[in-house]
Structures are given as C-alpha cells and as structure tokens.
Design a protein around this ligand. Structure first.
Ligand code: DC
Length: 245
C-alpha cells in the first residue's frame, strides 16, 4: 500500500503526462545485470506518475537475510521457509530512491554489497522462493499502473503486461557500469573481479530452470550499449506513447 500511495506524491511530472497516467498501463522491463534497468525504469515511472517496482531488491533483501542468519543457501527448503516467514516492503522516497524494509528493518544500504551480489543469483534459482516473491509482487501491483523491472516481469510476473521491454547492453559496457557503480560506493574492485561476477550472474540468471532471464513474447528490445540513461528513457517513452495512441 505504502508504495502506491507514496508514489503518487512523487509524480512531480505526472500532470504533464496525466492522459497516459489515467489510462493506466502495466509496463514490464527485463534485462541482465547492469543493463541500466533500475535507473531507467525508475525515471520512466516518475515521468508517468506510476508505481515503480524493483523486483530485484526483493531477491536481494532475502539473500541478505539468508547470509545474516547463516541459512544454508544450498538448501532450497530452508530458503523457501525464509521467504515465507519474511515480510518485505518497498517505500519510495522523495528523491526517487526506494528504501527496502525487511521485517521493518531498513536494509537498503546492505543489499548491494559485493557479498549479496555474489549470492543473489544463486538464491534466486529456488522455485518455491520465487513463487512466494511473485505472489508478493502481484499483490503490490494490484489494480495499479506500474513500471516493474527484473528478470521475469514480462515472462512470469505480468505476462499480460501492456508494454514489455527487454533492455540489454554489451557485456563490456555492463561490466564498465558495474565497476563505476562499485567505485562510487567506495569499492575499488579489479576489472577482472567485476567481470567474473557479472559473467557468473548472467550465466545463472539465464540458465536457471525456473523463470530464466529471457526476452518475453512481444517484448521490444532496447540495446543501450551506446545510449545514456536519458536517451534510454526516451526510447522507452516512445514505446509507451505508441501503445497509447
Ligand atoms: O536487478 P538486480 O541486479 O538487482 O537483481 C538481483 C538478482 O535478483 C538477479 O541476479 C537475479 C534476481 N532476480 C530475479 O531472479 N528475478 C527478478 N525478477 C529480479 C531479480
């Protein structure tokens, strides 16, 4: 609830785009790690005055909890239990960031650590855990216009989304972005280390049995290797606009 209500108050630009907002679309954006999904989806949601749902934060929050509580991450049953007994909520802030709460604890600053980066893909392979997450994601989205992003939002979570986008960029470009992101967070990792971690996540995310990352049926591909954030959002906007006319 919190997320939808608050998001309305964040929609500084929404008046300008209110005809689109009123129509109310479900927009699903999927793509590999470091393809720029989070930033672009968030900006698109703001422009539309829509709810922004970053599904990756939910898998990250669970991974963080599993690591903290020393849950055996090779044990699917233990992980599903953990998912079932954990409450995750996402609260948007006025600066457009999202705070992630896990059982009422703000875990936002922990969920993008190298350790979580390392294990989140593995944790996300567990079928039963994903089922719990999908139910929660649909619940958050109920009756709302939204921009959802992740790996399976167009294929599994919202297969009937009005707009589906598959965002991709070359491996080299994504590794560069991830390296920069780490640096901005004060982490100076070697390029090889960043590349190895990214390659590992790509492999697990796209080869897992349950809900692997793939282009959803009907999804429009945007390759943003040579586009910046705003150019990417503009492409997305054009796709959304076309849908409305
Ligand atoms: O988008 P991200 O990098 O924050 O996602 C972190 C991980 O979570 C990603 O490697 C795989 C998993 N994930 C997923 O399996 N399904 C989603 N819908 C979103 C994320």
């Amino acid at each position: 609830m919190e997320q939808g209500n608050k998001t309305k108050s964040l929609s500084g630009n929404s008046k300008q785009f209110s005809p689109l907002s009123r129509k109310g679309l479900v927009i699903a954006i999927d793509g590999p790690a470091a393809s720029g999904k989070s930033t672009t989806a968030r900006l698109l949601a703001k422009r539309l005055g829509y709810l922004y749902l970053d599904t990756g934060t939910m898998y990250r929050a669970l991974t963080w909890k599993a690591l903290r509580d020393k849950v055996d991450i090779k044990n699917p049953k233990a992980l599903s239990e953990l998912a079932r007994s954990t409450r995750i909520s996402l609260k948007p802030k006025s600066d457009l960031s999202i705070r992630v709460y896990l059982d009422d604890k703000d875990v936002t600053s922990f969920i993008r650590s190298p350790k979580v980066n390392k294990y989140v893909s593995l944790v996300s392979t567990v079928k039963e855990l994903r089922e719990v997450m999908v139910v929660q994601q649909r619940e958050i989205a109920r009756c709302r216009s939204l921009v959802a992003e992740g790996r399976d939002t167009g294929t599994v979570v919202f297969p009937r989304a009005d707009v589906k986008i598959f965002l991709q960029a070359s491996f080299e470009e994504r590794a560069k972005r991830r390296w920069k992101e780490n640096k901005e967070r004060g982490l100076s990792l070697a390029t090889e280390e960043v590349e190895a971690e990214l390659a590992n996540r790509d492999r697990i995310d796209s080869q897992r049995k349950t809900s692997p990352l793939k282009r959803a049926k009907g999804a429009i591909v945007i390759d943003n290797t040579h586009l910046d954030i705003l150019q990417t959002v503009e492409r997305m906007w054009e796709i959304v606009e076309k849908k409305m006319t």
